[in-house]
Design a protein around this ligand. Sequence first.
Ligand code: DAH
Length: 337
Amino acid sequence: MNAEQIDAARCEALELIAAAGCDAVLEELRVRFLGRKGMLPEMMKGLKDVPAPARGAAGKAANAFREELTAALAQRRQELSSPAAAAGAEFDASLPGRWRAAGMLHPVSRVIADAVAIFSRMGFVAAEGPDIETAWHNFEALNTPAYHPSLDDTDTFWLADGHLLRTQTSPVQIRVMEKQAPPIRIVTPGRCYRRDTTDATHSANFHQIEGLYVDRNVTLADLKGTLAFFAREMMGPGVKVRFRPHFFPFTEPSVECDFSCHVCGGKGCRVCKNSGWIEIAGAGMVDPRVFEKVGYNPDEWDGYAFGMGVERIAMIKYGVPDIRALYENDVRFLHAF
Ligand code: DAH
């Protein structure tokens, strides 16, 4: 074997070593090149047949080759043992890709995020309050007397120490007004709890978004304009809004606000119970007695407030006929949005 042949064998061997993907292959190559019956020992044996003048050069080349192979094997072994190399070694471009589900917001979270964004464009800031409330914040300061039926055990989850799970987000109005002087413009999303039997439109645990605006010379027209703007931004320009007189202890006058049913376009369907309308919010002008409870002067300040049902909005916006689908977290359902 002359020096040229050695060089050709050397190139091939180094290429094979560099391409080895795991230790087993590397070991096979070591045996093939350096093992007792491997290429190198054979080459050494063959040296005796090389004509004398060239024998010295061939011997040197063979020795250099052996050293180079030994070093290349060691280097590749080290590369394979490092994590980065291991990842590369496992990668097989011919395998089909693995499908990974992209995370997404739950429809309830999405409605809350969208609503807060819409109201923030009208100057409202988000506020939050606790789920476990005092009777003062949830009822009394909201002008709801202790004999009101909503305080019954059959309606409200009372805790042993006299606290309760808030039945509405309205107590956050009180908490903010107790701490802060007017003007106030807040929206407060959150969870609410009532002893309701679960059915297609009721759940013992649901979400509301409360709004409160306190300033000088606030009128019912401001409230109507705000909710109508919100409806169009949330549901699209085709939505109709109507207000019906109602009663709430903490507002006077009080209204209920309905959106035209997005599912049937107002014609009547299962979701809107054939009425063409869905009740979305309770609202009204803040009762002067509520201002008195938090120490505001009712002669100086006016305000409006509203509380809307998040699940209701999600149901008509996304055409969900049963509220329970929003809580079961069946990923096939959640991926539809
Ligand atoms: N808290 C009421 C409810 O859960 C909704 C509501 C009505 C909130 C009128 C308000 C309001 O802020 O002014 O039914």
